[in-house]
Design a binder for this molecule. Structure first.
Ligand code: ASP
Length: 346
């Protein structure tokens, strides 16, 4: 069905560099009021869209982002879902991939674009990347296919030249304008003179269902990153963290870990205590192939689940989401082995 109305977009401004200005006294960057943002991007008014905005009070640096903020973003989307064609979330780059991954799980049956963007330079600066990112994000949020359906029906990150699947993305650079990448999945769109969508890569489901937002994100999860020299005592202390239900174990290469008995026994003991452990590679590209080497195979035999090519951002937020649903350990294990919304290649 073709829509004849102007695209209606809701901007949710959470904070981050995009909306920051320099404190004249300390010269450090601090969040500013959202009105500053629009004042600095008069071009937004040239888009013939109906735009409304909501802002976090106060706007935050994304290093302060937490599940309660994800709940706040999700609630704004939930409450405004029918009123708008698309959503643009302005967010700091530091934890943008975590937020994108979390929202991809929380917003079940999403059929509209949720485009997250930010910038490396504040929008008030002459060479800012924020203006272009904001305008392009708005255009993507308004884009429709030949049937008038939203072109993007998932949570995605727009940054500089590319649109990435949110739960596949990682912040790759603290300096470059092209700061994000999804190392194991193609871009959803390439931004050049036009916006060139890669329709084969976009998330599509057979049946359109009503949006169902899951607000429970269980924080009883953690990441353990291996390093040569890790001792039994350090590992056992980490595994025995009080209350922890799920662990993302970041391993070497194709999912390998020390083969010494103390290591395998410590992991086995944790699994026997009901802790769910997901094996995710430390490599930025490629995934876990736990049958390739004896060391990976040994880990798989303890009951550690292969995370295949999932990012650690998607892995940890997927665990929060699954435990937040109140699922049993065996159900969590089962869903970790499946792709829920395109986050992993099985
Ligand atoms: N520290 C900032 C943040 O993540 C960096 C940025 O926005 O790029 O909020």
């Amino acid at each position: 069905m073709q829509n004849n109305h102007k695209p209606r977009i809701l901007i949710i401004y959470t904070g981050g560099t995009i909306g920051m200005i320099e404190n004249p006294e300390t010269h450090s960057l601090q969040p500013f009021d959202f009105t500053h943002l629009i004042d600095n991007v008069p071009k937004v008014k040239k888009l013939d869209y109906e735009i409304e905005n909501i802002q976090f009070n106060p706007p935050i640096d994304s290093s302060d982002m937490s599940p309660r903020h994800w709940v706040e973003i999700a609630r704004h989307i939930d409450e405004n879902y029918d009123k708008f064609d698309g959503f643009v979330v302005l967010h700091g780059t530091d934890t943008m991939s975590y937020t994108a991954s979390a929202l991809s799980f929380m917003l079940e049956n999403l059929h509209k674009p949720v485009i997250i963007t930010g910038s490396q330079l504040p929008i008030g600066e002459v060479r800012t990347d924020g203006e272009e990112n904001l305008i392009t994000a708005l255009q993507i949020a308004a884009a429709t296919d030949i049937n008038g359906e939203p072109m993007v029906r998932e949570v995605a990150i727009l940054f500089e030249d590319y649109l990435w699947r949110g739960n596949r993305s990682t912040k790759m650079s603290a300096d470059n304008f092209n700061a994000f990448k999804s190392n194991n999945y193609p871009s959803l769109a390439k931004i050049g003179l036009g916006i060139h969508f890669n329709e084969e890569a976009l998330w599509r489901v057979q049946a359109k269902r009503p949006l169902n937002v899951q607000y429970g994100m269980d924080q009883a999860v953690m990441i353990i990153d291996l390093n040569p020299g890790i001792t039994e005592s350090i590992l056992r202390h980490q595994l025995a963290t009080p209350g922890v239900k799920g662990i993302v174990l970041k391993t070497y290469g194709a999912g390998n870990a020390p083969t010494e008995t103390w290591f395998t026994e410590a992991i086995k003991d944790a699994i026997n205590c009901g802790i769910v452990i997901l094996n995710v590679t430390q490599c930025v590209n490629g995934g876990v192939h736990d049958r390739r080497y004896m060391s990976g195979n040994q880990l798989a035999l303890t009951g550690v689940i292969s995370g295949h090519d999932i990012t650690s951002e998607a892995a940890i937020t997927k665990m929060m989401y699954l435990f937040g649903l109140g699922l049993s350990t065996s159900e969590v294990r089962r869903y970790l082995k499946c792709s829920l919304c395109g986050e992993v290649t099985i």
